[in-house]
Design a protein around this ligand. Structure first.
Ligand code: GDP
Ligand code: MG
Length: 349
C-alpha cells in the first residue's frame, strides 16, 4: 500500500531532518549568565557601545537564528507538494498539508536537545493526519442499532461507477455484519448490466446471505422497495442495495439512482470508489454527492494502490468520512477506516 508515496515522503523527511539539524548546528547555546560590563563612570567618554554589550547582542541573535523561517523550508515544501501531486492528491488537499507543515515549523525554535529526525517525522505525520481526520462521524453499527430500536431494518444503498468494487464491497459488508450477529438482506438493484444480478447472487451464496431480485431490466427502485418490504416482514436487520455502475455524466442512470433514493429512503448512501483511480475517485464522489448526497465512502483496492492520493483527499474534499477500506478480493478484506492505518502505511518501517 502506498509504496511510491512512501518513498517520496521518506526523501522529504530526510531532507527536512537535515535542514532542522543544520538550523540546530547554526545555533550556539545561549550564555547561561551574561556578565554585564561594570557601570561606566559618568565622566568617562567611552565608545557608543561597550564591546561586551555587542557580544550579548550577538548571542541573542544566535539564539533567534534557531527559528525556522519559511525560506529555510521553501524547497522542501516544494518537494512535498510535488510528491503529493504526483501521487494524485487533490490540489486543495496538497495545499492544506503544506500549510499544516508550515504552521507547525515556521517560527519554531529548534531546541538544542531536539531529536531532529523525530521532529521531521512528527510534523509530516500530523500534517497528513489533519486531512485524514473525518469531518464527522458515521457509524454503521450504530445506525443499524438505532433502526433496530425503531423496529425497522436499516437501509443502505451503495453506488459508484462500474468496476470499482461495489458488489464485492456489499458482500464484504454483509459478511462483516453477519459476523456481528446481524441479519443482512441483499437487494439486486443492478438490473442494468447483463451479469449484475448473477454476480450478487454468486457472492451471496458464498457468504450465505439471501438476495431479493427481479428479472434483468426491472425497475431498480422497485427491487429496492421489494427488498425493504421483505426485510420488514421477515425481521432482517439491514438491507444492502447493490446498484448498477454509472458514470456521473450518464443522465438517465443518474436519474435512476435518484429514483432509488426517493423510493428506498436509505439511512446511509455510500459512495464506493476505486483507490487506483486517484483524483478521479474524488471527482466522482463529489458528483454523486451533488446528485443524491453521500454519507460516506468505501474506498476499494487499497492493497493495489501505490500512490495514496484518493485516500488522502476524498474525505477532506467531500466533507464526508471514509467508512471502510477494501484491501483485497477476499470477503474478509475489509477494514474499518482509521487515520492511523494510512499513517502507518506511509511512515511505518
Ligand atoms: N485487489 C482488489 N480487488 C478488488 C477489491 N474490491 C473489488 N475488487 C475487484 O474488482 C473487480 C470489480 O469488482 P465488482 O465488485 O464487480 O465491482 P462493481 O462493478 O463496482 O460491482 C473484481 O474483480 C473484484 O474482485 C479490493 O479491495 N482489492
Ligand atoms: Mg456490481
Amino acid at each position: 500500500m502506498f509504496e511510491k508515496l512512501k518513498q517520496k515522503l521518506k526523501a522529504v523527511k530526510q531532507k527536512l531532518t537535515g535542514r532542522i539539524q543544520k538550523k540546530k548546528e547554526e545555533a550556539e547555546p545561549a550564555p547561561s549568565k551574561v556578565e554585564l560590563p561594570p557601570p561606566t563612570p559618568a565622566k568617562a567618554v567611552g565608545p557608543p557601545e561597550h564591546p561586551r554589550l555587542t557580544k550579548v547582542k550577538r548571542a541573542i541573535k544566535k539564539v533567534t537564528r534557531r527559528e525556522l523561517s519559511e525560506a529555510d523550508l521553501d524547497d522542501i515544501l516544494w518537494d512535498l507538494h510535488v510528491a503529493l501531486l504526483e501521487s494524485d492528491t487533490a490540489l486543495p488537499v496538497a495545499q492544506k498539508i503544506i500549510e499544516n507543515v508550515k504552521s507547525e515549523l515556521v517560527g519554531r525554535e529548534i531546541g538544542l536537545r531536539e531529536d531532529t529526525r523525530e521532529l521531521a517525522e512528527k510534523v509530516l505525520k500530523s500534517s497528513i493526519e489533519r486531512v485524514l481526520t473525518p469531518p464527522c462521524r458515521v457509524d454503521l453499527l450504530e445506525c443499524i442499532e438505532r433502526k433496530k430500536r425503531e423496529g425497522e431494518p436499516a437501509v443502505i444503498v451503495f453506488f459508484g461507477i462500474n468496476g470499482v468494487g461495489k458488489t464485492t464491497a456489499i458482500a464484504k459488508v454483509a459478511r462483516y455484519l453477519a459476523s456481528k450477529g446481524y441479519r443482512p438482506l441483499l437487494a439486486a438493484a443492478d438490473t442494468f448490466r447483463a451479469a449484475g444480478i448473477e454476480q450478487l447472487e454468486m457472492h451471496a451464496a458464498k457468504i450465505g446471505v439471501p438476495v431479493v431480485k427481479q428479472r434483468r431490466g426491472a425497475d431498480a427502485a422497485a427491487v429496492a422497495y421489494d427488498a425493504i418490504a421483505h426485510a420488514r416482514a421477515r425481521g432482517f436487520d439491514v438491507v444492502l442495495i447493490d446498484t448498477a455502475g454509472r458514470m456521473q455524466t450518464d443522465v438517465d442512470l443518474m436519474e435512476e439512482m435518484k429514483k432509488i433514493v426517493r423510493v428506498a429512503k436509505p439511512d446511509l448512501k455510500i459512495f464506493v470508489g476505486d483507490a487506483l483511480t486517484g483524483n478521479d475517485a474524488v471527482e466522482q464522489a463529489l458528483a454523486f454527492d451533488r446528485a443524491v448526497g453521500i454519507d460516506g465512502t468505501i474506498l476499494c483496492k487499497m492493497d493495489a494502490d501505490a500512490r495514496g492520493g484518493a485516500a488522502l483527499s476524498i474525505s477532506q474534499v467531500t466533507g464526508k468520512p471514509i467508512l471502510m477500506l477494501g484491501t483485497g478480493q477476499g470477503y474478509e478484506d475489509l477494514v474499518e477506516f482509521r487515520p492511523e492505518l494510512i499513517l502507518s502505511a506511509l511512515f511505518g518501517d
